[in-house]
Ligand binder design. Structure first.
Ligand code: TRP
Length: 376
């Protein structure tokens, strides 16, 4: 799972970005740099909404692509709201697995990575009815043709078809609108996204804009949230494809040191002895260099120079050591939290759900007022 982890679509189903998409990516990139500067000046202006599908414990890809960034924003003073998107798990599968167990693992990963429940809100979709009710008026604001154009939904539907012979569910088709409810229920105005999620955010912006035009023309009610493009750090699994739980190529954050050693020993490299940073020509080696550099606090190029002619074996051992050392504090925190028993996660979710319900109830009451659907 990727940044905001849509399941990694099969390579063959990823549509090539259109010229328009490339242009909007450039615009989003430039705007993200400005937003970062505004965060440094006035973090209180922003409320970030993001989250994860609870389909498994989080892995190294999540940490590097999204988790670290959320904690950074939180620590910079931005309000962070995290949805554990349990209703999204059933968009593309019949068997959601043991949701209570998986949700617990995800929340433990959040806490171990530094999400502070005193400052950030963690809640689950299914516990917040007023959020889900927003989906109904929001669905009236988009056309089927617009939903059909969403390239990420198309890719995920193709993936579900290929892997499980499953036709697209109504929930998969409409989930970008559900995400609009996730973001707008709390008036989130900033969403950290990878490039693949820009179309979803566009749906949210359209929903907000049309709601305002139709029901709140005098004074806009919903913000049009902005993308904060996360530095595109795609982490590959040890088979050379994008790291994802569903491919079975991921290093889970909760994995042991032995598992970590084994994971990197099996990681794919190439036959060239000299190690150099060449993301396009040598993606597997570049991936290891990026991971190692992240934890060693250096750059991929510098790490490549250090290893040089010592080859892939040496590269792997350097990266393994950096990751084992780098993850040690997180893993120790995680073990301590897990051994404190079920109350820790339960309390975090209980508090987060109460808070999310307060906010969602208020928003839904406002929405009903604006729509003229208050009769008593
Ligand atoms: N789609 C995200 C994932 O697959 C989770 C998510 C749900 C989300 N609602 C969101 C992300 C709203 C950003 C904004 O993990």
């Amino acid at each position: 799972m990727s940044v905001l982890s849509a399941p990694a679509p099969a390579a063959s189903t990823v549509p090539a970005p259109s010229p328009a998409a490339t242009a909007s990516a450039a615009v989003a990139q430039a705007r993200s740099a400005e937003v970062e500067a505004e965060i440094a000046r006035d973090p209180g202006r922003f409320r970030v909404l993001t989250g994860d599908r609870p389909t498994g414990a989080l892995h190294l890809g999540h940490l590097l692509a999204t988790l670290d960034n959320r904690v950074r924003l939180q620590d910079a003073g931005v309000e962070v709201v995290l949805v554990v998107a349990d209703y999204q798990v059933i968009t593309d599968r019949d068997d959601a697995g043991d949701l209570p167990a998986v949700v617990r693992e995800v929340v433990l990963d959040y806490l171990a990575a530094g999400v502070d429940p005193a400052r950030s809100t963690v809640f689950t979709h299914s516990a917040v009815p007023a959020l889900n009710q927003l989906l109904l008026p929001f669905l009236s604001l988009v056309s089927v043709a617009e939903l059909e154009r969403n390239p990420t939904v198309k890719a995920e539907a193709a993936d579900a078809e290929r892997r499980q012979g499953r036709g697209m569910s109504g929930l998969l088709f409409t989930y970008p609108v559900h995400q609009a409810a996730d973001i707008l229920f709390c008036h989130g105005n900033l969403v950290p996204v990878g490039l693949d999620q820009l179309p979803h955010l566009e749906t949210t912006r359209i929903v907000a804009r049309r709601f305002n035009q139709r029901y709140a023309a005098a004074s806009p009610y919903f913000p049009e949230p902005e993308a904060l493009l996360t530095p595109s750090l795609t982490v590959l699994g040890n088979d050379g494809a994008k790291m994802s739980k569903s491919r079975g190529n991921a290093l889970e954050l909760r994995a042991s040191e032995d598992d970590t050693v084994r994971f990197f020993r099996r990681a794919r490299t190439d036959s060239e002895r000299h190690i150099a940073y060449d993301p396009d020509g040598r993606p597997e080696v570049a991936n290891l260099l990026r991971i190692g550099a992240h934890f060693a606090g250096t750059t991929p190029q510098e790490l490549a120079d250090q290893v040089g002619d010592a080859g892939a074996g040496r590269l792997k051992s350097v990266v393994t050591e950096a990751v084992v050392e780098g993850l040690r504090p997180l893993r120790e925190r995680r073990r301590a939290l897990a051994s404190d028993g079920p109350a820790v996660v339960r309390d975090v979710l209980a508090r987060g759900n109460v808070r999310a319900n307060e906010v969602a109830d208020r928003t839904l009451a406002d929405v009903r007022e604006l729509m003229g659907t208050v009769y008593a």
